[in-house]
Design a protein around this ligand. Sequence first.
Ligand SMILES: C[S@@+](CC[C@H](N)C(=O)[O-])C[C@H]1O[C@@H](n2cnc3c(N)ncnc32)[C@H](O)[C@@H]1O
Length: 222
Amino acid sequence: MSEFKKERYWSKYALTYDNYTEYVVGKSLRRSLLKRLSEEHDLGEVIELGCGTGYFTKAIAKNAHHVLATDLSDEMLEAAKVPLEEFQNVTLQKVDCESTSYPSGNFDTVLMANLLHVVEDPLKALTESRRILKDGGLLIVVSYTDYGMNWFEKMQIGIRYLLTFGMPPLWGLRNFSPDELQSLVEGVGFDVEELQLMRGNARAIFLKGKKKVYQEERNRES
Ligand SMILES: C[S@@+](CC[C@H](N)C(=O)[O-])C[C@H]1O[C@@H](n2cnc3c(N)ncnc32)[C@H](O)[C@@H]1O
């Protein structure tokens, strides 16, 4: 998929994303996630991948030294400017999460909120996240899902999505189960320390993991 097409899918919703998302997954789920994220302290140097309109950036900015809030879409970054202008420790930057140009071991924390289930290649995005994290660095993943909902609820959420965002991207949208997400994250070299399924009109997985350090990586670096 070309960069342009990947970028366009979300760009066209930059001005409506917050309202549409609250209609699809519900305000209360979004607020619960915001609250849960704001309970994370001492986040240090943070990179947020796929920050969108900056809704979750606000929650982490209060507890971080600096947040580099990044997204592939210029329009999303433009929309994030206003809600984030009061935060002196937030910088916005255009970045493709599947291949960034940051040096290895650059950040204390990586946040991916509702990104892994929309990207073409979640494994690539996770591997890149691990590369740019410091040893022992923190990965936080939030992912909306319909896992655990009955067929009627799944149908309702599907209809709400179609009525607002229209057809999903060509490469599809995933509905991870907590176990699937955990094995994906562990498979690229993280220890999962927290995994919960949060409930609202939809569900959301909240996952925290720490970057594992392998002896062969240490040997290569020394
Ligand atoms: C579902 S929205 C989530 C926005 C925000 N994190 C939230 O939870 O409200 C997905 C965001 O990821 C961005 N995105 C999609 N693919 C990306 C990629 N390869 N690299 C960086 N951002 C990407 C989109 O532009 C969009 O802003």
